[in-house]
Ligand binder design. Sequence first.
Ligand code: PEP
Ligand code: MN
Length: 338
Amino acid sequence: MIVILKPGVTEEQIQHIVTKAESLGLKAHISRGVQRSIIGFIGPEDVLRVTPLEVFPGVESVMEVLSPYRFVSREFQAEDSVIQIKDGVAIGGKALAVMAGPCSIESYESLLEVAKEIKKAGARILRGGAFKPRTSPYEFQGLGEEGLRIMKKVAEETGLATVTELMDVRHVELLDRYVDMFQIGARNMQNFTLLREVGKTKKPVLLKRGMSATMKEWLMSAEYIFSEGNPNVVFCERGIRTFETETRNTFDINAIPVIKSKTHLPIIADPSHGTGRWGLVGSIARAAVAAGADGLMIEVHANPEEARSDGAQSLLPKNFSQLMKDLRAVAEAVGRTL
Ligand code: PEP
Ligand code: MN
C-alpha cells in the first residue's frame, strides 16, 4: 500500500497516519520529496483495506500494490493450475478442453444424440442446463432433477464428463450427486452465499463472468470460492453488456490474456452466449483459442429450430464437428492440442 500525501502535509499529520498503521502491525517507510512525500506500508495489507486512509488529514490518494485477491493470484502461485474434472479429463495445460451440448436438457433421446455427436467430434465434457435462469418466469425453466438424471445416464453411456448450472444454495448436494462440475452462471457471479457454498465442496466450478462485471470483480468472486477451501475454479468469458445491439453480448477477447496474466487458474470461452448468433460462434471460438483460452463451451442442438432455449446461437452437430477440425489448426499454431 502506498499513500501519496498532499503538498503541505504537516509532520503531525504524517505521524498520525504512521501511528495508525503501526498500531495495525505495519511498517511505514516515509519518502520525503521537495514537492511531494509518500508513505509505503509493508505488512499485511488486508488490515489497511478496511481502514479508510483516504479520510486521514494530509492524504491525497491511496494505491494498492498487491492484488486484493490472494489465492487466485499469480503472486500466490506462479505456474498454471490444471483442474481435474474427471479421470482423464482436465482443464488447463497444453490440451484444450471443449464442453458442448444443448442450452437446456430437453429429453433423454435428444441429449444422448447430441452427446454422441460432440464426443465423436472430440469434446470431452457435456453441458446442459436442468435449472435455467430465464429472464421471464413464463419461459421454460428446465427439467429440474429429471434433467440431472438424464444427464447422468447419458454420461454413463458415453463416458463424457458433465457440467450444469447451479442456481440455488439448496441444490448444492443434489447437483453434487449428479454432475462432475458446477456452473455458476453470469447472473449469479456475485451471489456470494452461493459462491461460499460451492467453495465448501471440492467439486470443480465453472465461474461465468457476470454480464456487467469487471475483471477484478470476477477475480474476487473466484477468491470467494478458493478462500473457502475449493481451489478448483475455471473462469468462463461469456460476453458482457455494451451499447452494441447487433450481437446478444460483446465477447471480451481482452479478458483471456488479462485473466491469464493475473491468475494461475484456467479460462475458457463461451462464444455462444458471447455472440448470440450461431453464424458468429466459429469466428469467436477461433479467436479465443488464438488469444490463449484453455478451452471452449459451445451450445449444440440437433434441431435448433425446436430448441426450448437459445436455439439461435446453437450449432448443428455437423457445424460443430467442422469447427473442431478448424480449431485444431489454430490450436497447433499457438502450441496447444485438441
Ligand atoms: C448457459 O450456459 O446456458 C447460461 C445461461 O449462461 P450465462 O450464465 O453465461 O448466461
Ligand atoms: Mn444458453
